[in-house]
Design a protein around this ligand. Structure first.
Ligand SMILES: Nc1nc2c(c(=O)[nH]1)N(C=O)[C@@H](CNc1ccc(C(=O)N[C@@H](CCC(=O)O)C(=O)O)cc1)CN2
Ligand SMILES: Nc1ncnc2c1ncn2[C@@H]1O[C@H](COP(=O)(O)OP(=O)(O)OP(=O)(O)O)[C@@H](O)[C@H]1O
Length: 184
């Protein structure tokens, strides 16, 4: 059933594992993505876990454009994530859920662009995440940020059930390029 988020997560995690194991295509930074970046912007990226799509080339393109980078810092399912300043290659420490993240004492920043991991997305750019509401809460807090999902094309489904708190993405970048809707 499409409205069953836990079942959808299980199916899409399996599809993502399979796709990532079979594909050797990297996610490159599309020109339309790079054109939106201005020097001085803060771009939140993430450290991929398991078969998640790797946003490294997008973050590298942002750094090359003069943007500052940040990474999410998570404590547990209940606490909101914070975005902490991070320079590419700077050391990371082990966090919950197998994540690597900046030291908790790194300065907190307000991102202008949020590169977002996801489990599934649909053509309307609804997003299915881990189910902790970490990114939905961050999107509500940083409502002017450009919300860019990063995914494998195998993570697309025809339609996702949207709960009232679900905040759609502005764009999704896959190994096939970028699709995007309204600008922030
Ligand atoms: N790479 C990455 N970083 C991220 C996220 C993410 O999805 N991916 N997050 C997104 O919100 C936040 C961390 N929140 C999380 C919340 C729940 C689980 C979780 O329940 N993980 C499952 C395993 C999932 C799997 O097998 O793929 C678990 O530990 O049981 C993970 C991260 C911030 N950083
Ligand atoms: N703006 C918000 N403020 C407080 N709680 C929120 C907010 N947005 C979502 N939540 C809570 O987060 C929980 C998870 O929501 P959901 O299952 O839609 O997560 P998701 O979108 O799949 O994943 P995520 O955002 O963690 O990547 C829900 O219980 C919801 O109540």
């Amino acid at each position: 059933m499409l409205s069953d988020k836990p079942a959808l997560r299980a199916r899409l995690r399996a599809a993502r594992d399979l796709f990532a194991a079979q594909s050797s295509t990297a996610i490159r930074a599309p020109e339309a993505f790079v054109e939106k970046l201005m020097p001085g912007m803060i771009v939140a990226t993430y450290c991929p876990v398991g078969s998640e799509a790797d946003p490294t080339q997008l973050a590298a393109a942002a750094a090359e454009r003069g943007c500052a980078l940040a990474l999410p810092h998570v404590i547990d399912r209940a606490a909101p994530i914070r975005f902490l300043a991070w320079d590419m290659g700077a050391p990371l420490v082990a966090g919950p859920f197998g994540l690597r993240q900046p030291d908790a004492a790194s300065p907190e920043v307000a991102p202008d662009v949020i590169l977002t991991p996801l489990i599934g997305y649909d053509p309307r750019l609804n997003r299915l995440g881990q189910g902790a509401g970490h990114y939905d809460r961050a999107f509500a807090r940083f409502e002017r940020a450009w919300r860019v999902g990063v995914a494998w094309s195998a993570q697309e489904v025809p339609a996702l059930p949207a709960d009232i708190w679900d905040v759609p993405l502005h764009a999704v970048v896959t190994e096939q390029g970028m699709r995007w809707h309204a600008e922030p």
